[in-house]
Design a protein around this ligand. Structure first.
Ligand SMILES: Nc1nc2c(ncn2[C@@H]2O[C@H](COP(=O)(O)OP(=O)(O)OP(=O)(O)O)[C@@H](O)[C@H]2O)c(=O)[nH]1
Length: 314
């Protein structure tokens, strides 16, 4: 576990706390798995590959089989294959950065669609890692038993996995057992996030993810690759509603025009759809304010990366 200066309220008792890195090829189902472990929608889930941009956190709470209340901080990493652009390389290093400090690394594999040879570089890199390695064969609802077992055998011969789990992140099959086993693997120690912050942190992140999902849906190919949604503020109002301000960052003026649309029609539609979904998910009235900002070099800015991925828990 990294020794980042995070708040901890639980300093006594028999708690456990650890960091779990979730790695795998694009579309393996990492985001879906994180959501299943956390128990609410945290990471964006899409049928399109490479939607996971920044390093993201979900925080799962569980009672370990020995009764210890356990906090598992999940680093939901982007697809980490064949990085070409700087942004992609940054995603890869974020993936490994997450894995470096982890108490466990989950390799999530889609046993049906995953091309075996594409897993090779990842398996090789994993083989030399010191962390506790766990193989998760996902999508068992869609896989046939025999090839599934053959794949498990093949992969465990290559890497010294401490455990292998067969799960369906989608239906939840096998997820509870896996979660309990993960909790046991976490070191004893105080929680790094106070319990009441866990839900808030997730909601703050969730709010930016929902806006990003709408941007993606409503702009399709027009959406600039180098765009991001950054949380500005998240505040409960006295009347029981929540006021959320977010920045949509793009790199050029013409991209700003695309996001705004004619007379601001696009941003309005995006904001309305995001607000509606957020209100439903949060179960409260939401006031959502979106600001589009041009920052030419944001993709080179470590500060912004950190803000997108981590600022919401600080
Ligand atoms: N049948 C089935 N589909 C699943 C399961 N888990 C995830 N999926 C689907 O697989 C697709 C990809 O899931 P994601 O969770 O977005 O995958 P990811 O690994 O986070 O993808 P990236 O963000 O590209 O890294 C989605 O359409 C999911 O609904 C599962 O257990 N069974």
């Amino acid at each position: 576990m990294s020794d980042a200066p995070l708040p901890s309220t639980q300093t006594n008792g028999n708690t456990r706390c650890g960091l779990v890195a979730v790695i795998g090829a694009p579309n393996a189902g990492k985001s879906t798995l994180v959501n299943a472990l956390v128990g609410q929608k945290v990471a964006i889930v899409s049928a399109k590959a490479q939607t996971t941009r920044a390093r993201m956190l979900g925080i799962a709470l569980a009672d370990a089989p020995d009764g210890a209340p356990t906090q598992m901080i999940l680093v939901d990493t982007p697809g980490i294959f064949a990085p070409k652009r700087r942004l992609d390389r940054a995603m890869v290093s974020a993936a490994w950065e997450g894995a470096e400090a982890a108490d466990a690394v989950l390799l999530v594999v889609d046993p049906v669609k995953q091309r075996r040879h594409e897993l090779e570089p990842l398996l090789e890199a994993l083989a030399n890692r010191p962390e506790r390695k766990i193989l998760v064969l996902n999508k068992v609802d869609a896989a046939k038993k025999e090839p599934l077992l053959a794949l498990a055998q093949d992969l465990t011969a290559k890497v010294d996995f401490a455990e292998v789990f067969f799960v369906s992140a989608l239906t939840g099959d096998g997820v509870a057992d896996m979660k309990a086993a993960l909790a046991t693997a976490m070191p004893a120690g105080p929680w790094h996030y106070p319990e009441d912050q866990v839900s808030d942190a997730s909601e703050r992140l969730l709010a930016t993810e929902i806006t990003r999902e709408q941007l993606y849906r409503q702009l399709h190919e027009e959406l600039p690759y180098d765009s991001a949604v950054r949380p500005e503020s998240y505040a409960q109002r006295k009347d029981g509603s929540v006021e959320i301000h977010q920045q949509i960052i793009v790199t050029r003026d013409n991209q700003r025009a695309i996001v705004l649309g004619k007379g601001g029609s696009k941003i309005k539609a995006i904001g309305e759809a995001a607000r509606k979904e957020l209100s439903e998910v949060l179960g409260q009235k939401v006031h959502l304010f979106l600001h589009v900002k041009v920052e030419e070099n944001w993709a080179e800015s470590r500060e912004i990366y950190e803000e997108i991925g981590l600022d919401w828990v600080r």
